[in-house]
Write a protein that binds this ligand. Structure first.
Ligand code: B4P
Length: 198
């Protein structure tokens, strides 16, 4: 099994790279942001609560996202044959990382690695502003992007240390073309996993 966390600041390309990784290695893709946006689009109570945090550039409460992710893993596991999971945008706090550990262990699985996409701050802001021109997302404007980056440094970046202590951390240069970054990602994955063996 290949259970991978794709990590990085807002706009670092987690979603973009996850789509390529899941296709190449036949993984289940679980995007915390997409799951929350689906709830918002469906107008559920949970979605309304989530939107009140997301539109201010804040993280939704840990217990809310942990419950959503746990249920999403369960639902996706029923979908059939796959070689593992790619977690995109989760965990985003140390407390979420601890909850994930329990979630994964109760399924007799193990997090294989965390891939941290590193990108300079000006480039992150540029990408998100560009996406904001067409995304319609309530959090892709300059004020909210700045807030998201602050929250990232304060609450999310410490998750790296959690996985460094377990020797599961790999930094990936997240600048350049999407294909070049994907090649770096595959190289890192295949240092540990041979696709033919999965
Ligand atoms: P996410 O949906 O995870 O948002 P993100 O960090 O902006 O996305 P990502 O890094 O995946 O960027 P993308 O590939 O799209 O979360 C949104 C919000 O939901 C959070 O702020 C938070 O409020 C809430 N939330 C989510 N998870 C949570 C959790 N676990 N706990 C609490 N709250 C949570 O790339 C961005 C842009 O760059 C795209 O337009 C893309 O086309 C472009 N791009 C990608 N790679 C590029 C490259 N190499 N060169 C140029 N552009 C590139």
């Amino acid at each position: 099994m290949l259970d991978v966390i794709i990590f990085g600041a807002p706009g670092s390309g987690k979603g973009t790279q996850s789509c390529l990784i899941k296709d190449k290695y036949n993984l289940l893709h679980l995007s915390a942001g997409d799951l929350l946006r689906n709830e918002i689009a469906a107008g559920t109570e949970l979605g309304n609560v989530a939107n009140s945090y997301i539109s201010k550039g804040q993280l939704v409460p840990d217990d809310m996202i942990v419950e959503i992710m746990d249920k999403a893993i369960e639902d996706k596991e029923r979908e059939g044959s796959y070689n593992g999971i790619i977690l995109d945008g989760f965990p985003r706090t140390v407390s979420q990382a601890e909850a994930l550990e329990k979630m994964i262990r109760k399924r007799n699985r193990n997090i294989s690695m965390l891939l941290d996409l590193t990108v300079a701050e000006e480039e992150l802001v540029g990408r998100l502003l560009k996406r904001g021109e067409t995304s319609g997302r309530s959090d892709d404007n300059l004020e909210t992007i700045k807030q998201r980056l602050e929250v990232y440094h304060e609450k999310t970046a410490p998750v790296n240390d959690y996985y460094k202590k377990q020797n599961k951390y790999t930094a990936i240069n997240g600048s350049g073309s999407i294909d070049d970054i994907f090649a770096r990602v595959c190289e890192a994955i295949e240092k540990v996993y041979e696709p033919a063996m999965m």
